[in-house]
Design a protein around this ligand. Structure first.
Ligand code: AMP
Length: 633
């Protein structure tokens, strides 16, 4: 009979309706702009609206009549009715109401009272709207754009990208938004990973890659390792207040200073806005031209300004230099050198500047990858991943373990062996030992989930390691290995290392869990974290106490004659007290009872030791034995 137990979870075999399901797209859900793309036979196409726009501003405007506008129209409404327009909602995803309240003064939006569940909500006119609902509007607009571009074909599934630093709450919020928008999330992929996928780096050599992302308002750099077709984000860094906007400011200041020299000194907020617009136009123009002229018209009075690329670069150099310094610091902190990096991908509109490209090339000692439009590269990678996950192409299978995998240990405690979000394939092992003298079998119970106790996690498999040679408690070395292959198949092996006794079990984890179940599990683990820790400490105290009681009982059986009847009674009472505390008491009662037993049996333990030494010494040369026992001479 085979020891291999295979558990087939529902949902592992391709569903028969797979072919009929709607199209699967890739979505870059950005802070300022969002993009949707689709890949067919490996070729990705960015989908546009009727006017030919590829970028959808991530802005949502709510009308008095309940109507909602998303994108360019909403952005245009920002100036006329700002209190009904929400922008940059991505910054609020997954944030709790309490957390954001502290930022209230600095937020562009008014906060509404939190929901009953503590969820953050924004005040929009008379309505209170959560960031998840705002994101859902953006995702709905992208889905509708894609459906129109695909001649009415339904779009029901998506790979959505998120920043590498997004925590669980923000990721769950993103998934919830997709669900509200009628999209099944095939996977959330880290933005830098998507950028690397767009360039097909998954087909290239294994090694280290960097993603340099300089947008309008933020800078991010990520280091990725690619190993056996799986990307892992090794390190990230950035500055949430560094981007193309800062360069615009530097240019605008120069224009206004020139204007003052030309005798036009009025600097109103309107003037600053005009100057910024001209500065941005100049900056973008100079990415493709050596020099240009601009006219600033403020309050009906015009001033003329010429700017060369060299002059622009002088203004921008300190800002670009800051981004490069951050790259150097991240590489340094990861214990690497720029030469170790095999390729650099550019993301974000500001990477169109020749100064940025030259700076990145100089730092990494190689020209960066820049063929794909830096505004679209993340969506393109997401689209390629969506195709790989649905149609199955030769693109890599990129995955992580969605929930932790672990083992039951004494006291019903779960010891996590592979933490959730570990990229697969992965193999990890931990050593365990026996609990009782002479124990020859060990039950292995494999579990999945984030909670501390067995009954709160999902049981995946049970098996038994037999044939452990009888040894004293704690002497056996049992190595339990968890191996998850690229298809998500988990194999658990247990081996007693002194004898090589081996048992194995293959388990198919996680795919049977619906997203809802997963979200519920994750949420429960957050809500119960403190309570769980208390339960775990209690269970550990009980295990420890029972172990001590077992040892005392074994000693009484062997050497009970060393005790007077009254001494024996004291120990028996302490044992009974401990049994009682383990069965019904709290953590403190258990540890008090364990201490009482320890005190009651102290002199008994000393007498046993004396007897043991006397027996050992009987008839032997004292010098030889004291050496063997490690006693002082
Ligand atoms: P993103 O946040 O990625 O959409 O990037 C927006 C930033 O990219 C803004 O600061 C733009 O001015 C800048 N940008 C867009 N196109 C160019 C260009 N051709 N040259 C320089 N900067 C650009």
């Amino acid at each position: 009979m085979s020891n291999l137990l295979q558990i087939h979870e529902p949902g592992m075999t391709p569903a028969p309706h797979e072919q009929e399901a709607g199209a699967a797209v890739g979505i870059d859900l950005g802070t300022t702009n969002s993009v949707v793309a689709i890949a067919l036979d490996g070729a990705a196409e960015v989908l546009t609206d009727a006017a030919g726009h590829t970028l959808l501003p991530s802005v949502v405007a709510y009308g008095e009549d309940g109507g909602v506008e998303v994108g360019h129209a909403a952005r245009a409404a920002l100036a006329s009715r700002p209190d009904q327009v929400i922008s940059s909602v991505k910054r609020l995803m997954g944030r709790g109401a309490d957390e954001v309240k502290r930022l209230a003064g600095t937020l562009p939006h008014a906060l509404a009272p939190a929901s009953a569940g503590g969820m953050l909500r924004l005040q929009v006119g008379a309505r209170a709207i959560s960031p998840v609902e705002v994101s859902a509007e953006i995702l709905t607009a992208l889905r509708q754009r894609a459906e129109a571009a695909l001649q009415g074909r339904a779009v029901s599934r998506a790979v959505i990208t998120v920043p590498a630093y997004f925590d669980d709450a923000a990721r769950t919020a993103t998934k919830d938004a997709a669900r509200l928008a009628g999209l099944e999330v095939l996977r959330l992929v880290n933005e830098p990973t998507a950028a690397a996928l767009a360039y097909g780096l998954d087909h290239g050599a294994e090694g280290l890659y960097a993603v340099y992302d300089l947008g309008g308002g933020t800078f991010d750099v990520s280091l990725l390792t690619m190993e056996k077709g799986v990307f892992q984000v090794l390190a990230t860094g950035g500055d949430a207040a560094l981007g193309g906007d800062d360069i615009d400011h530097a240019v605008a200041e120069r224009f206004l200073a020139e204007r003052a020299l030309q005798g036009e000194s009025a600097v109103s907020s309107g003037a600053a806005k005009q100057a910024l617009l001209a500065a941005r136009a100049a900056k973008e123009y100079l990415s493709d031209h050596e020099t240009g002229d601009w006219t600033l018209e403020i309050d009906g009075r015009a001033s003329r300004h010429s700017l060369s690329r060299a002059q622009l670069e002088e203004l921008a150099r300190p800002l670009v230099g800051r981004s490069l310094a951050i790259c150097r610091a991240v590489i340094d902190e990861a214990g690497l050198t720029p030469e170790a990096i095999r390729g650099v991908v550019l993301v974000g509109g500001s990477t169109r500047m020749p100064l940025v490209r030259a700076g990145v090339a100089a730092l990494f000692g190689r020209p960066p990858l820049s063929d794909i439009n830096p505004d679209e590269v993340v969506a393109v990678g997401a689209a390629r991943q969506a195709e790989a996950l649905t149609v199955g192409s030769d693109t890599l299978l990129l995955d992580v373990t969605p929930l932790s995998l672990g083992l039951e240990t004494m006291g019903g405690i779960v010891e996590k062996v592979i933490p959730r979000n570990t990229p697969i394939p992965v193999a990890l092992a931990q050593e365990f030992t026996t609990y009782q003298d002479g124990q020859t079998a060990m039950a292995i119970h494999v579990l999945q989930g984030e909670r501390e106790m067995v009954d709160q996690c999902r049981s995946l498999a049970r098996f038994e390691l037999r044939g452990i040679p009888p040894m004293t408690a704690g002497a056996a070395r049992i190595r339990v290995g968890f191996c998850v292959d690229a298809d998500g198949l988990l194999t658990v092996s247990a081996q007693e290392t002194t004898t090589g006794t081996l048992q194995q079990v293959a388990v198919k984890p996680s795919y049977g869990l619906s997203e809802e179940e997963m979200a519920a599990i994750l949420q429960a683990s957050m809500l119960h974290a403190r309570e769980d820790m208390e339960t775990r400490l209690h269970a550990e105290a009980v295990v420890e106490a029972r172990r001590a009681a077992l040892a005392v009982r074994a000693a009484l059986a062997a050497d009970g004659d060393l005790l007077s009847p009254s001494e024996r009674r004291t120990i028996d009472q302490a044992l009974a007290g401990l049994d009682e505390a383990c069965a019904t008491g709290g953590r403190e009662a258990v540890s008090d009872a364990a201490q009482a037993l320890d005190a009651a049996s102290q002199s008994f333990a000393e007498r046993r030791m004396d007897r043991g030494i006397r027996q050992a010494l009987a008839g032997q040369a004292v010098e030889r034995l004291s050496g063997a026992l490690g006693l002082a001479e």
